[in-house]
Design a protein around this ligand. Sequence first.
Ligand SMILES: Cc1cc2nc3c(=O)[nH]c(=O)nc-3n(C[C@H](O)[C@H](O)[C@H](O)COP(=O)(O)OP(=O)(O)OC[C@H]3O[C@@H](n4cnc5c(N)ncnc54)[C@H](O)[C@@H]3O)c2cc1C
Length: 508
Amino acid sequence: MGEREHVRVAVIGSGFGGLGAAVRLRREGITDFVVLERAGSVGGTWRDNSYPGCACDVPSHLYSFSFAPNPDWPRTFSGQPAIRAYLEHVADTFGLRPHLRLNSEVRMMRWDADRLRWEIETSAGELTADVVVSATGPLSDPKMPEIPGLADFPGKVFHSARWDHDYDLRGKRVAMIGTGASAIQIVPAIAPDVERLTLFQRTPPWVMPRTDRAISGAERWLHRQLPFTRAARRGLLWGIRELQVSAFTKRPHQLGLVEALAKANMARSIKDPELLAKLTPSYRIGCKRILLSSEYYPALARPHVDLVASGLQEIRGNTLVAADGTRTEADAIIFGTGFHVTDMPIADRVVGAEGRTLADHWKDGMQSLRGATAAGFPNWMTIIGPNTGLGNSSMILMIESQLNYMADYLRQLDVLGGQVALAARPSAVNRWNRQVQTRMERTVWNTGGCTSWYLDAQGRNTTVWPGTTGEFRKETRSVDLSEYEVIRLREDHPERIPAGAGNAEGAA
Ligand SMILES: Cc1cc2nc3c(=O)[nH]c(=O)nc-3n(C[C@H](O)[C@H](O)[C@H](O)COP(=O)(O)OP(=O)(O)OC[C@H]3O[C@@H](n4cnc5c(N)ncnc54)[C@H](O)[C@@H]3O)c2cc1C
């Protein structure tokens, strides 16, 4: 990377979001862009999470780009190697390699208000960009709890998203901390190998069976020869999930039936009443992400697998002490404790127009306009920003909606001409968030009686979208200029011009 290279767009991250943005930019005829990635290869989530059993929990034919269909998905819920290979394939097929700047961690970004551009400092040098598209991922930076005694634990310790493949778990006493989406895939995958497996559970998840199976050669052939069959399959998968949304967002009581099915599923594998009681959640299904696994409960029923229904509180040598006093000896601890979601690390590294970091701007909770832009941060947008997460469907649908918004944003800048920036109006951001939070009040995530990673430190749900993916698609189809202020570079100073001047909204 040359010193102070200037590009029109700097994309950060090369997961589904960053690669999707890159494809879309090329399709819009924009080639003056780079993709800054801190790792040595593309793939994001699907590069970093290589733990045994890692797979998607939304069917592959929906959990993939609409513009890059893959007739050859090996399984209905494909594993991490297949998804990672798919993303590498996308990078090749769409000519993204020349744009990639691997091993380039973005350390700091500052808005240069005099030149209307972002100054970006990376581990591989500096550059400037007119627009930054931040696709650093909501589940990208592993979260490790602070446990007294952890630093002195004499055995092996790692996070599920940083699996140590050189460490042989065979014959070891392993402690798995956490019962989230990763843990329930890891437990059945490693249980056959380890000497003893102890799972520390603070709150039991609701788990439904996963109908995973190999996709037959005949199906793949059909999908290759008759692409409409693939499109129909995707459409069906999408439609079923859209129909489920109202139960999550408006009528959580309807989820009672799903709860009954989940309990029946549990009872099929777990015969010990004490274990059954520990595994039965006391909150409404859907309040935390519903997990899918047909192997989790059978694994927990194995004689050498123990469940401690209490959080890990302290470590003394090889002894793990739970909050309820239970003691467990372990040779290895695997943390399945999730990610920094509501406190995105990238927010500490962005300094906006008022000289404040995004983290400071968001200190009372993340807020954006249409999940993309933030007041005080001109020409900066996020892919999978605040309130764009989903409880039951494919994040790729949301990413593609945000790419529509990004494409229109860049078109609007072109139409405005010259050196120009768009800054989200605080009034528009507030209005959007009021609407989102009002809709959130009735959702199962807010009313279901649980605490989850969807909620921030203040208890606000700043992560999930309280509607269908179709609604979000409509809301992000195009940029409403009245929600933005246009900043133009004049000879000696930037000048702020109300966008949509002449319309009451724009002049607000
Ligand atoms: C184990 C697991 C399973 C999942 N399964 C599903 C599923 O089945 N269905 C679903 O819809 N969603 C699933 N998700 C959610 C998943 O995160 C999203 O679907 C999607 O992959 C996110 O893509 P992304 O590009 O936004 O982020 P990521 O894939 O996380 O990519 C972010 C990229 O940004 C890079 N980066 C971060 N900070 C910097 C920096 N400062 N400088 C440079 N580069 C940086 C990272 O290295 C990474 O490559 C899963 C998540 C996990 C962890």
